[in-house]
Design a protein around this ligand. Structure first.
Ligand code: SAM
Length: 455
């Protein structure tokens, strides 16, 4: 049967729910239309942007009857800024939608009709929660400035005066760098023309320590007074570490080698009572307080009694494994980032933890060797990136056959696919799954899951 809508058609739609990824879901005689900028309960006028056999996509151009779940968004830059998608949806509705998305993924993709889902853990703070932000420079008529990409635009940066996801310090530091760049008459890099110099600014804050790390990313060549840049930041006693990176490519990246301009190589953050050193390129969950809550759930699911061998796969700077080490016999961590592994080793020392060891490597390739060296694990902690257990990782993990897997996921669709493959291929059953909201006002949702197999 042909789709009942055509491209560019104007429709009046009522939004039922939010789909994974953040678009509203509306139905036209059963035919699904995903509506960008439509919130549950809204009736909107929408223009169809794409038509496929089973569904269409549309953009809400006007809210005809606003949802009772709408609230006022506090941010001046909302909704033009691409950082937040749902500041105008009541927080309770945001978490309800995220919980439903995890349930839906486990049913539809995971093939589990009644997933053992526990209630979502809402965020402790719905604003000012991010400990890291990456800004882009852009050139205005009166000089360079800093901001985020406009919603839906890779080629346009919106100047930000106050971001509600960072702290007052974070906002003040960004604005001080903007004033420094203007005072020194520097020019922002132009992504389309590949001209100009200033590219990105990364600001990381240790929420529990108050320490701040700043990384400036420019094009090639030393075209600024490094001393002047350091002076502009040293007004802030929290700033402990100032780095500079050069990006010689067209790619918009910030995970580049860094040169220390001033201060310490790394800052520290505290999680679950332990200290962690964080270097510029090392991974740290970007919401400190909710990371602690996630590790708490992971610890509960791991149910360690002191005698277990634990693998911490995709371990980053060792956070989860070091939190678990107190209750385990040994912890073995793997991460692909050498900088993160260097931090993990330092962090074990810093906290006087002697029963955790870390190796740099790709999980898919390094897992077999780890297994040969250490013997079988009792518990495997997994915290992969959004793609889930990619490459050979899932097969190798299944073959090792640990009795208990605790899977921390930032993508319910890949989690659900991996859960299905672990069940069908290796006999693992999903016993518990708890969604956690780490990123209010965005479509992201984390899930901590416990998988077990009978041995
Ligand atoms: C979501 S982070 C989790 C980090 C850590 N568990 C934490 O809570 O902070 C994912 C980590 O996977 C690492 N990673 C990505 N692909 C990898 C791979 N193929 N093998 C090993 N590590 C990988 C990244 O460097 C990153 O540190």
């Amino acid at each position: 049967m042909p789709a009942p809508v055509t491209r560019d058609q104007e429709l009046e739609l009522t939004i039922d729910s939010l789909a994974f990824g953040g678009n509203g879901v509306a139905r036209l005689n059963g035919f699904v239309v995903f509506v960008r900028r439509g919130l549950p309960g809204d009736t909107v006028r929408a223009r169809v942007t794409k038509v496929q056999r089973r569904h269409a996509e549309a953009l809400a151009t006007e809210v005809l009857r606003p949802s009772p779940l709408r609230v006022d968004a506090p941010c001046l830059h909302y909704p033009a800024c691409g950082g937040c998608r749902f500041q105008d949806l009541a927080y309770e509705a945001q978490v309800e939608a995220k919980e439903a998305q995890v349930a839906d993924a486990l049913r539809r993709i995971g093939g589990i009709p009644e997933p053992p889902l526990e209630p979502i853990l809402p965020a402790e703070e719905i604003f000012h929660y991010r400990n890291k932000l990456e800004y882009s420079f852009t050139q205005l008529e009166d000089g360079p400035t800093l901001g985020f990409h406009r919603a839906g635009r890779w080629d346009e940066v919106l100047e930000i005066e106050q971001c509600w996801l960072t702290t007052d310090h974070g906002n003040a530091i960004r604005n001080a760098v903007r004033e420094w760049a203007r005072g020194d008459r520097l020019v922002a890099y132009d992504q389309a023309e590949h001209t100009g110099y200033l590219r990105h600014l990364v600001v990381r804050e240790g929420v529990h320590t108050g320490q701040v790390l700043v990384q400036l990313v420019t094009g090639p060549g030393e075209k600024f007074d490094t001393g002047g840049f350091v002076d502009a930041l040293r007004h802030f006693p929290e700033v402990r570490s100032i780095h500079w990176s050069v990006n010689e490519t067209a790619a918009e990246v910030t995970n580049l080698p860094t040169q220390l301009l001033w201060g310490e190589e790394a800052i520290e953050e505290e999680l679950c009572g332990l200290r962690f050193r964080v270097r510029p390129n090392a991974f740290l969950q970007t919401n400190t307080r909710m990371a602690e809550r996630i590790y708490g759930v992971a610890r509960e699911f791991a149910a360690l009694s002191g005698g277990e061998t634990v693998y911490d796969l995709y371990c980053g700077i060792g956070t989860i494994g070091l939190v678990l080490a107190r209750d385990a016999l040994t912890v073995w961590g793997i991460d692909i980032s050498e900088e993160s592994i260097a931090c993990a080793l330092e962090n074990a020392d810093l906290n006087g933890i002697g029963n955790a060891a870390y190796f740099a490597g790709n999980v898919g390739q390094a897992l077999e060797e780890l297994h040969e060296r250490t013997g079988a694990p009792d518990v495997v902690m997994l915290d992969p990136p959004r793609a889930g257990l990619a490459g050979k990782a899932l097969k190798r993990l299944g073959e090792i056959g640990a009795p208990r897997i605790v899977y921390v996921s930032c993508n319910p669709t890949t989690l659900a696919g991996d859960v299905k493959r672990l069940r069908e291929g290796y006999g693992y059953e999903l016993r518990r799954a708890k969604p956690v909201d780490m990123f209010p006002h965005t479509p992201h949702v984390e899930t901590v899951s416990l998988l077990q197999r009978d041995t």
